[in-house]
Design a protein around this ligand. Structure first.
Ligand code: ADP
Ligand code: MG
Length: 330
């Protein structure tokens, strides 16, 4: 293909593109595209289509408000950035298996005053992911453990982190199956070890057999100081020996999990039961009080019973007194 040189004034970006596609160059002199048209073409060529769609409106607005070129450009690119953000979210959320509709915005903190809003606010900055720290949410059923775990996961996905959500039981079953069909490596990379944030929901709802405990230990030790875990449990740490059916495994798991962890111990009423009248201590009257509720009503001291002290607190915890040395328990 030979290109004949044309006078500079007849050059048209879109025509050259066409010529490249067709393999021809027209000799017809064409009027030069307007500056606006060329700008539009540039945006479309760079696939900044959202910015292209908003170009006219933003230029008009800029003219009306006598905005500077910097302001117009910033506003125009903000549309593109927002679209990219939404697209990323649309991909990340479904692959993360995060349940929908649970966000920090629709969590009613007034309903659950035992939750430290400031601490949740701190967690929502996602620094814990950068620091590869774990977040443990402990408390009775219905107090919002899963909701908060998911809401933090949504924040992380929105910020571009790879996140994976699974119940403890599904995680164990999935790893066991992957081990049998030879896809363990891929499964670990994609879901349980690879993502910077793994959410393990409902540890302790059912006791785990020895093989299952091994898988839980496997994930927790592989992620140790490499990636964050948000874990929810309706059982206090003192009861984990029961969940893991043997003390050695329980200690090894809790040891790694709690090292540098942020622990939110939620005490309060079940949100699911908010329509029911409750007793003075927030407990449901008589037969409606479940044994799980009682078991999980973990007092802060109980949560650490029988466990070593952990050398951590979250930044902003203030001075570390005798109470400040352990994993943060609320
Ligand atoms: P848990 O995991 O502690 O058993 P969930 O997070 O599953 O409890 O909460 C039960 C239901 O109540 C969910 O639908 C959740 O979205 C909702 N919920 C719980 N606490 C709150 C709250 N404080 N504000 C709004 N919704 C809540
Ligand atoms: Mg839950």
């Amino acid at each position: 293909m030979t290109h004949r040189r044309r006078p500079e004034s007849t050059w048209r970006w879109d025509q050259d593109q066409q010529a490249l596609v067709d393999g021809t160059v027209s000799d017809e002199p064409k009027p030069r595209a307007s500056q606006y048209q060329r700008l539009l073409n540039h945006l479309q060529y760079l696939e900044l289509n959202t910015a292209a769609e908003h170009l006219k409106a933003e230029l008009d607005l800029g003219q009306r408000t006598k905005a500077s070129a910097t302001q117009v450009l910033e506003r125009l690119l903000a549309h593109q950035v927002m679209a990219a953000h939404q697209r990323r979210l649309a991909v990340r959320i479904p692959t993360s298996q995060l349940p929908v509709g649970k966000t920090l915005e629709n969590f009613d903190f007034d309903f659950q005053p035992s939750i430290d809003r400031q601490l949740v606010g701190e967690l929502s900055t996602l620094r814990f992911i950068e620091e590869k720290r774990n977040v443990i949410l402990v408390g009775p059923p219905g107090v919002g453990k899963t909701h908060l775990a998911v809401a933090l996961g949504v924040r992380a996905a929105a910020a571009g982190y790879r996140v994976y959500f699974s119940t403890a039981a599904d995680m164990v079953a999935s790893l066991q199956a992957a081990n049998e069909d030879g896809s363990l490596g891929r499964k670990q990379r994609s879901y349980y070890i690879g993502p910077p944030l793994l959410i393990i929901d409902e540890l302790g709802y059912l006791p785990l057999d020895r093989a299952s405990v091994t898988w839980v230990y496997h994930v927790i030790s592989k992620r140790y100081e490499k990636g964050s875990i948000i874990l929810t449990s309706n059982r206090g740490f003192g009861e984990w020996v029961e969940i893991f059916s043997e003390a050695v495994a329980a200690t090894a798991i809790v040891d790694r999990l709690l090292h540098n962890a942020v622990v939110l111990n939620i005490r309060g009423r079940s949100y699911r039961m908010r329509g029911f009248r409750t007793g003075p201590d927030g407990a449901l009257p008589g037969s409606l009080t479940t044994s799980a509720d009682n078991r999980a009503a973990v007092k802060p001291q109980d949560a650490r019973k029988g466990l070593p002290e952990y050398s951590t607190t979250y930044p902003n915890d203030g001075p570390r007194g005798p109470e400040g040395g352990g994993a943060r328990v609320r």
